[in-house]
Design a protein around this ligand. Sequence first.
Ligand code: SF4
Length: 445
Amino acid sequence: MEKDAPHILLINPWIHDFAAYDFWAKPLGLLTIAAILRAHGYSVTHIDCLDRFHPKLAQPQKTGEFGKGHYLKSPIPKPESLPDVARTYSRYGIPEALFRKSLEQGPKPDLVLVTSLMTYWYPGVFALIKIVREIMPEVSVLLGGIYATLCHDHAAKHAGADQVLSGADEGVLLDLLDGMTGFATRRQFVSDDLDTYPYPAFDLQHAIPYVPILTGRGCPFRCAYCASGFLNSQFTRRSPAHVIEEIVDLHEKYSVKDFAFYDDALLIDGDRHVMPILEGVIRRGISVRFHTPNALHIRPITKEVADLLFRAGFKTIRLGLETAFFDHRETLDSKVGPREFERAVSYLKKAGFEEGQMGAYLLFGLPGQKIEELKASIKIVKDCGVRPVLAQYSPIPHTALWEDAVSASRYDLASDPLFHNNSIFPCQKEPFSWEKVSLLKKLTQ
Ligand code: SF4
């Protein structure tokens, strides 16, 4: 480590929740910031509290299909504000003692950056910041990420960080860090040109069993239940060549086989984006597998796109259907129309995809949602030979559906982000019932 380079420690916090599973998740935003800081001469270290592959874990975690898997889980007391939820609440991720040891034994940082994800996971963030404060009280802690952006005032009031940052502008962050550390850097990238960004620093992780990948940021749609437009006001993309090089580089350097696209709008404008990316990967002759946990848009799936997805090595396809009912759907979204789902599925099947590879997300727990409609949607999806995947709705501040969610909830949603937790079906008046949920989940099988 250079003597005069400030040292920034970047931390991905624990998840505190009733359930969590690793669907190819990595702290992409944090690892991108790490790469940018390194490229500008900073020293960086990283602690990932969700690291399933930490070499000091007493029991190495089992890896599931394509690299997915369970996080280590330690039951903890349930938040007092959720007495009506009869489920075990847990900390997911590395044991607290291992986190403390990593902090105590690692090089002392000049500054700590903590990221955050779902709004209702903030207790894991707070617990972590408290420990950082206890072990290194003189070091400033900056909190960013999705919770910090969506619930800025809550985070500023309660998180215990020195600063809470909103938004995803790495240029603003770099200026802030330069100012706080007195380190003078010259900007090596352009904020709205993603091709000028370095690749996320996956090498900071203990293992790279899979890689989540973003070929762009944002989405041209504005669905009423989604915060994509608030988190990324612009729809920006990398060039196909930049994406192909990253995939080939990770495959050749680290033998990565599984890549999960986390784009909000991977297939939009496919002729100029996803098609050249996939054709490029095929031309390079590498054997990789692709997954789409964040759902693909249905409308752009033409025969050509379906064929290319199959030839390029997509193994799990998730489709963003949300509901198979189209009466008044425009109040929710306009991303899919009648018959488009059936048409897309027929193209995917003809391309070679088997039933077990395809799933369609159906939103469950929307304000005012009729269970009969959900049951009928499940049947329509199954009749097409696709697995219905229930996506439990989480109310999100700054979305068009937020006010409806607040009115429909049995909780005071605005008072505490814990109430946004989709596991507790916050937008229903009656308390959470395992029986009802299990019954619906059974219908999807
Ligand atoms: S299309 Fe998907 S990512 Fe875009 S706004 Fe709708 S739900 Fe969000």
